[in-house]
Ligand binder design. Structure first.
Ligand code: HEM
Length: 304
């Protein structure tokens, strides 16, 4: 449980309430609207409430990332980068209490530490969290059994949306099915013995997560939605690694699970969902290898 959970969960609640009120009026919740609300959550969590509507900050990192994807094929946007990092440095220097920036500002720093340069990773790493949450909602909209289990947990919750094991597991399951970090990179530091030979030191290793995540020779219901697998030891010893694993496991994992599970609880607790537009998922068929969240719009109405 993140030590700022008591501050962050009400932020998620406020933003989901506003989002759903608008969605229920229009009857539709497209990805773009969900993402706008999610970015408001992210800015409030990372920088504090004053940054809630600072869309320019988000727009800057989106522009940088769009070009970054092309690596050396695109010229560097030095001006935007400098302006963006200056904004982030100002935010960290004058951090709002109760934000992640304030936690960073108070952390001990070693020589050469550049705390503000960690923050871009936090900001962009929240995008896949929004995707995983929206994809889980798309599954709930089409899988009555999963929806019923999610609602049972949301209705019986006594933790104030802070500890929701089934909904956390639903996010992990969404990331297992559609990993947002499909490749994990390592380099061997010494020779490693395998059953059929020795891998030398300094060898680059690429772990392709979807290969393991969907391996139906080793996993029960590999192409179905089964959050229960994360609540038992049935897959222990098999690499399901949406947040990686080991000494550099994603340090944002628990925070992501806290915020996204709270968001799911607020949505499914009070609303009925259907897929209005986009890929329709069918519980009696294997789930597809990719799920295009960009083209999904959920139909939303008050819970019957
Ligand atoms: C669904 C959302 C996210 C997923 C799936 C995810 C997944 C991952 C993965 C697979 C890695 C690579 C670790 C490795 O090399 O083995 C990683 C690293 C990292 N993540 Fe996340 N992440 C998410 C969100 C976040 C958030 C929101 C934050 C910060 C607030 C964050 C902070 C980091 C940092 C700082 C690292 C680098 C760790 C290191 O190299 O020591 N992540 N994440």
């Amino acid at each position: 449980m993140h030590h700022l959970a008591d501050r962050f969960v009400p932020v998620v609640e406020e933003e989901m309430r506003q989002l759903l009120a608008e969605a229920a009026r229009g009857g539709s919740l497209p990805w773009d609207d969900f993402l706008d609300a999610w970015y408001r959550v992210v800015r409030r969590v990372v920088f504090g409430d004053h940054a809630r509507d600072d869309k320019d900050l988000t727009a800057m990192i989106i522009r940088l990332r769009k070009d970054g994807t092309w690596a050396f094929l695109r010229p560097k946007r030095r001006k935007v980068r400098t302006a963006f990092l200056r904004r982030v440095a100002d935010e960290v220097a004058d951090a709002e209490p109760g934000s992640l920036a304030a936690v960073m500002a108070a952390a001990p720093k070693g020589d050469g530490a550049e705390p503000a340069e960690q923050v871009p990773q936090w900001l962009f790493a929240f995008d896949p969290a929004g995707m995983a949450a929206f994809r889980a909602l798309t599954v709930f909209a089409t899988h009555p059994e999963a929806m019923a289990a999610a609602r049972r947990e949301a209705d019986a919750d006594t933790s104030g949306r802070r500890f929701l094991p089934y909904l956390r597991a639903s996010i992990l399951e969404s990331l297992r099915l559609w990993p947002t970090t499909p490749m994990i990179l390592r380099q061997s530091t010494r020779p490693v013995e395998w059953a059929d030979g020795t891998m030398p030191a300094d060898c680059g290793v690429l772990l392709y997560a979807p290969y393991f995540h969907r391996d139906d020779r080793h996993l029960r219901d590999a192409h179905g939605f089964s959050p229960e697998r994360w609540l038992t030891d049935e897959d222990d010893g098999w690499p399901l690694v949406p947040f990686s694993d080991g000494p550099v496991v994603c340090p944002g994992k628990q925070l992501v699970l806290l915020l996204t599970s709270a968001a799911l609880a607020f949505v499914v607790g009070d609303h009925d969902l259907r897929v209005g537009r986009g890929q329709h998922l069918d519980p009696s068929h294997p789930l597809p290898g990719t799920l295009d969240n960009y083209s999904v719009a959920l139909s939303v109405s008050p819970r019957s």
